[in-house]
Ligand binder design. Sequence first.
Ligand code: ATP
Length: 147
Amino acid sequence: MIKPAALKTQVSSGGVIFRRHDDSIEVAMVAVKGGNVWCLPKGIIDKGEVPEKTAIREVAEETGLKGTIIEKLGEITYWYYIKEENTKCRKTVHFFLMKYEGGDVSNHDWEVDEALWFPIDEALKKASYKGEKEMIKKAEEILIKTH
Ligand code: ATP
């Protein structure tokens, strides 16, 4: 008999970290899955941790960049299957707009294949997941007006 999949939830937090370069706005992204998937830096919220703190920590760990939070961009939700656990996971990820303060993408985490700055329009095209594209688009709309 095939055992039905169990269900669980996960909550992560991450950031769209930006800097201004000449006249353009750049955002940092990380490559995973052998460099084929480009996504925003994020990670699981530790017990009792506020999502803002997780976002700052995970952006720093994954990209090597230090940022400060400007505002919340929103949340995305998706489902994925964890084969080893025969579990369906419903994941929510909080995203924050973050201003670059220092650090270098060459100090990215070994857990990601690469971390790079992209002009925001390129990042929009590069982002592998629809939900993350929406977060980058939202960041662009805010940044065109301010900051
Ligand atoms: P975290 O970075 O939060 O610690 P993780 O690296 O363990 O998480 P995810 O990035 O959530 O895990 O990836 C788990 C699965 O979900 C992968 O198969 C991935 O391709 C898929 N996935 C990741 N982000 C999205 C998304 N925004 N939309 C749809 N599927 C996604």
